[in-house]
Design a protein around this ligand. Structure first.
Ligand SMILES: N[C@@H](CCC[C@H](N)C(=O)O)C(=O)O
Length: 309
């Protein structure tokens, strides 16, 4: 075991995507070990930087999951090592991967307006581009309803009970690499008034936990280009974090669930309004789903990580 003291002054950049916020750490050397306690220290909103999660940028070759990705996609040089605020590891983060791309651009590792940036994640490869409005578009890959075709036919395979509800309501599980459970709320004032300070109960209890999206379908509208798009309002309680202002994989899950409930002929493009802004979800003919939205880097600093109890 090495006796060399690890560096305790960690430079970081703070970023967010529709106010889902992250501490970004540049570990191009691939030598920084962040444990769960470090993550909780970084994300603490009073004694740390404050964020929903931590994202470490590291060479894919330095992590087993990264090496696995490199076999299939040798250009996926950089790995998005995402951790929830409570220190747990999650497979994927949709807002995070956009912010990761903006961070990589700031380090000169990518130019998403010129060529897709190929990111290695625990959910495989994600390709990120930047459009003329400055939004980052991510091919999030394949998605599925774990309840199978039955879930699509019946529309539901689970029940969710939020605080104040006397009983569970029908919900749909959606797998975006990480787990989601989507429940529809009929009116916006009920959604606004919901107490999400505790995780809603989900039955059957998901083995590895779940992110819960509470959504109000807002109907469909014709856009200027003639295409029809759907709109959804959403609040989310994230596994390993609590209520957040936005969740990119959650927005994809919400759009996919509402589209399935709407039945044949439902639009492929959905705008998802979250407390922190709006993102766009597009269901692609390839069977993949695309997430688009802003990504902002807001400040940089250095934080002391020593003095662990
Ligand atoms: N905010 C993220 C999702 C982060 C991971 C999630 N909390 C989980 O544990 O699965 C997003 O934008 O997708």
């Amino acid at each position: 075991m090495s006796t060399a003291p690890r560096p305790t002054l960690i430079p970081f950049v703070k970023g967010h995507g529709t106010r889902n916020d992250f501490v970004l750490v540049d570990d191009r050397a691939g030598t920084l070990e962040l444990d769960a306690q470090d993550v909780r220290r970084l994300t603490d909103r009073r004694s740390g930087v404050g964020a929903d999660g931590v994202i470490r940028l590291a060479p894919s070759s330095t992590l087993p999951e990264g090496r696995e990705v490199l076999v299939a996609e040798p250009s996926a040089e950089w790995f998005m090592d995402y951790r929830n605020g409570d220190g747990t590891i999650a497979e994927m983060c949709g807002n995070g991967v956009r912010v990761f791309a903006a961070f990589a651009e700031s380090l000169g590792l990518a130019d998403c307006a010129r060529a897709p940036f190929v990111v290695a994640t625990r959910d495989g490869v994600k390709r990120v581009t930047r459009d003329i409005d400055g939004w980052y578009c991510v091919d999030m890959g394949a998605w599925r309803f774990p309840g199978g075709q039955g879930a699509v036919t019946d529309g539901f395979d689970a029940r969710v009970q939020a605080a104040g509800w006397t009983t569970g309501r029908p919900a749909l599980s959606v797998d975006l690499g990480n787990p989601h459970t989507v429940v529809a709320i009929s009116d916006e004032s009920e959604l606004t008034g919901l107490d999400l300070s505790a995780a809603p109960l989900v039955v059957p209890v998901p083995e590895t936990g779940t992110n819960v999206e509470l959504v109000v379908p807002l109907g469909e509208h014709r856009r200027d280009d003639g295409a029809v798009a759907g709109r959804v309002r959403m609040r989310v309680h994230e596994r390993g974090v609590g209520e957040t202002q936005s969740c990119g994989t959650g927005a994809c899950a919400a759009a996919l669930a509402v589209r399935a409930w709407a039945g044949a002929g439902a639009p492929d493009v959905w705008f998802v309004d979250v407390p922190g802004g709006t993102v766009r979800v597009r269901v692609l003919a390839s069977g993949h789903v695309e997430l688009a939205g802003p990504a902002d880097l807001v400040f940089a600093g250095t934080i002391e990580l020593s003095g662990r109890p």
